[in-house]
Write a protein that binds this ligand. Sequence first.
Ligand SMILES: Nc1ncnc2c1ncn2[C@@H]1O[C@H](COP(=O)(O)OP(=O)(O)OP(=O)(O)O)[C@@H](O)[C@H]1O
Length: 562
Amino acid sequence: MTAPPAPNGPGFTALRADIEPLLRDFTLGEHDGRLLLQGRRMLVQSARSLGQLREELIHLLGTELARGVLKRYGYQAGFQDGHALCQCHPGLPVEQQMHLGTVLHQKKGHARIETEPEGTHVDLARGVLDIRSRWHDSVEAEQHLLLHGPSAEPVCWTLGGYAAGHLSYLLRREVVAVETTCRAQGHPYCRFRVGFREEMEKHFPGCADDYRRLDLGHLFHELEQTVEAQRRTIRELRERLDAAPPAANAQAFAALIGRSPALARAVDIARAVAGVSSTVLITGESGTGKELLARGIHAASPRAAGPWIALNCATLTESLQTTELFGHAKGAFTGASGARAGLFEAASGGTLFLDEVGELSASAQAALLRVLQEGVVVRLGEHRERRVDVRIVAATHRDLDEHVARGQFRADLYYRLNVVSIRMPALRERGNDVLLLAQTLLAHFGARFGRNLQGFAPEVLRLFLAHPWPGNVRELANVLERAVLLARGPHVELDDLPERFAADAASAAAAPPSAGAGAAQTERERIAVALARSGGRREAAAALLGISRATLWRRMKRLGLG
Ligand SMILES: Nc1ncnc2c1ncn2[C@@H]1O[C@H](COP(=O)(O)OP(=O)(O)OP(=O)(O)O)[C@@H](O)[C@H]1O
């Protein structure tokens, strides 16, 4: 930070242009790789590591406590540098020492500092210190924008701390630096006001509070509250899982066709979690019905009458992700002719479904974390925080664990999203569901295209059961839409399926029969076909097969047809 020349202060002598060579003692040791300033070891670190540290502190301690820790860290850095510089140049007048500190602060890469002559008054002999300055390209604001997105408050905490520390050392009095506007708030540069604590307190009450030591009692209290809130959520979830589904929930998941235990498990968890407003992460392959399940959660929740908004994050560019989700002010970027609310504001009172959440950019991840932590959004180019009440259901077909391990997805965001996770099973794990779905989709497309098809040829059903369905239900729907359009007779035949099924059929016919497994497969297929023909009704299927309902049940259990 510190004080560059103040033209109107009597004790503030003009600075020499050659002051920078005074930093010559800032040398790299040749043998031991140590960077020294007057015998004190210095450190060069990447801007991102500061950003990451800030971010973890904010996540761990909350913004308020993190700000205090980082200001004190900056204060120590400025204080120590002030001491080292005074040792290097013991005879240098204090005004020049102040400038030297500014040069060193700049050289360390924190910001480019420019004094505002207007408003700056320094007359140390009379105890006057009021420095106004502009800080261009603050590293801290840059990192904050990168990792957290725009901020409603100034964020250059270590930088301000450094200024305060350096001047406090030089002037042997408590000096405070207050950032009045910040680049992270959307301003072109940051502005600081620096002065003695007593005077500054008059203009900025409480401005020295951050320099006090950490209040551990407060921290523990917050931690306890968080743990207790999580315990409450878990208790509530347990109770809901145990209770019978409430009537209002009954129809919410009706669109999800299937009776397999794997699907039932996913729906059970979704139904249980619908009533609380926890964030939910739905995982599973593409086309398994993640969005359908998310809609069910919304429909079964107390927010059902509120908005349901779905966004596929993969379809937007990085900059669009931020503006779509969080909105923007008028003139925030070229072409922003008017202010616009983002989807978070639009979804307030309801549910926002973030599909392909693994594709969110780093800045959108940071802003999303803020919404999850603090329940506020800041539109791009604005300073104002807007409170939103949105339930987030996110989905991904990716392995987010791996994404986190590779540093492509924030671990803290992952944990926040993953409060409850639901895995949608792949269609090939759902046994007979494929036949039930096929029947339903046949009726659906038949009605849409005016075709009255009665069912499927048995070999088609066999192929459906054997097919791995990499595209899951979406692939099945596409296959059936095409088949309904192509079918000439009352049943869907092998010819009506895409060519890959003909190849499957040929290889099935060519495969040598394998004793036990083959018999089981045939029995499984016969049962599956009977169930499909009878629309899933076991009694009718048993009658078709000529066995009792109990025998059918036993055989289904043995063959894993659930
Ligand atoms: N169990 C089901 N019953 C009825 N229709 C289903 C079922 N599962 C999925 N579908 C249908 O399959 C299609 C794909 O479903 P959805 O979009 O929910 O999948 P997704 O897992 O979200 O896919 P993606 O990951 O590609 O976004 C939709 O048309 C949906 O209605």
